[in-house]
Design a protein around this ligand. Sequence first.
Ligand code: J2J
Length: 543
Amino acid sequence: AKIMTKPTQIWPDDLAATYRAKGYWRNVTFGMWLDEIAGRFGPRLAMVAGDSRMTYAELRTEAQRYAGGLLASGLEPCDRVLVQLPNSARFLPVVLGIMYAGLIPVYALPAHREREVVHLASGSDARAMICAARHEGFEYAPLARQALAACPALKTAYHDGPACDGVAALDSLLSAPLATPTPVDPCDVAFLQISGGTTGFPKLIPRTHNDYIYSFEASAGICGVTQDSVFLTALPAAHNFPMSSPGYFGALSVGATVVMSLSPAPDACFALIEAERVTHTGLVPPLALLWMQAAAKTGHDLSSLQVLGVGGAKFTPESAARVRPTLGCTLQQVFGMAEGLVNYTRLDDPDEVIVNTQGRPISPDDEILLLREDGTPVSEGEPGILHTRGPYTIRAYYNAPEANRRSFIEGGYYCTGDIVKRRPDGYLEVQGRSGDHINRAGEKVSAEEIEDHLLAHEAVFDAAVVAVPDPFLGERSCAFVVTEEGKSVTPPALKAFIRARGIAEFKVPDQIIFTEAFETTAVGKVDRKSLRQILKDKHFNKE
Ligand code: J2J
């Protein structure tokens, strides 16, 4: 029997009425939105990806053909479709086609492997999945077969290649175009995204048409994206940052051109910047550092670049100050999250603000609370844990009652876990975080999830994973491991074991330290959070 737990996202009536009255929620679905932009910008260039160049009209037709094929395959409105595509020419037509058909994309990263894909597919009851044939040396068909075998609700997998052994060709979905979008409620969930998360099980983030369209349309304005802009998608397109801050959706909403790069590396991107006269892009701090280094010796003309958004992890003031001198463009700091709230420095802010802060919220109706550990508000200027609610911040994760009790407080505020200071001018400075994850070059890795993988090894008695400052990655992961008595394992063997469990490479610990039995304090056993802190202090914070 088909499982029908339709994802929802509900704001209280009074707030919803306010968001509507103030025009944040336009009551437009992604399907209607695609019709809108195709109507307004039809003959303009919408997308460049490899050899493919598509106008807005062509992008819509291509999406309509996927939509027609998906519905002809037997999928019904609200069914979930897992998408695991790199930044190829397929990405936009496929995800827009899914939404045009009234279906719900579930975004996986190309770096995800069996564990993550199965978790996402089963957690969302996905009925179909669409993946690449090959990307960065990895074949996706075997992964798709593993997912089909592990997830009973998952009936069909398509890959971007010829049909093979249980996996259909993505091209087989290109059929008669669906003339009009399948009607869905703009308050319904448009897609599901994976959260970085601090628990062992990544949660699913349900974003609605209304809230998301507001977030990227408002972002396009704040980021200075216009019809004449060219936006480069350098980061993996499934991430919220390149999707919406302002992202390819923000760019398309104003008639700009979106350029897709299969790699965020300077050589690939610099060539595209020069060839397509790219004006806007977004990067995580380690990539921004790499680009600044490479710009000094590049032969490519980067003069078209106007705005570089940097976010996902803290960008130090020293690095921030080097953006204009090295890349010749304006830096825009972006402090956002897939759960909603996005803060930007404004393009006309003084350098001091651009260099030292992570910006202020998109919306006047983004409400911010800075609380102490005990839940009381901090006094003016004191750092606190950021809680927020607003017109595009979720009120709950999908199907996760326990996580929801931990992550949302009275009034529906989302607890970001970020420790933030608010300046008198309203700008935020990110100081740290209270949750136990590793922010590895912008990818969030849950300590608990990796500990569980380590514990699965027969020689591992106990494990604790911590974040360690890293000059390039921002943070790297270090696993402290206590072995079973009489057993041993080498770090490379343990890494190989973790990798073989089928997880994204960025989750494999960067460093492994074997240690004696974990300390317990005089009063007894400590909780895992304190244990991680004790280990970290002992090994890395030696003065
Ligand atoms: C410090 N920490 C930051 C920043 C995010 C735009 C930009 C980023 C994301 C993103 C996003 C930070 N300085 N400038 O979705 O739309 C950390 C915080 C935050 C977490 C969210 C967007 N920018 N962070 O990174 O869902 O800890 O979204 O809570 O991946 O990244 O991670 P994620």
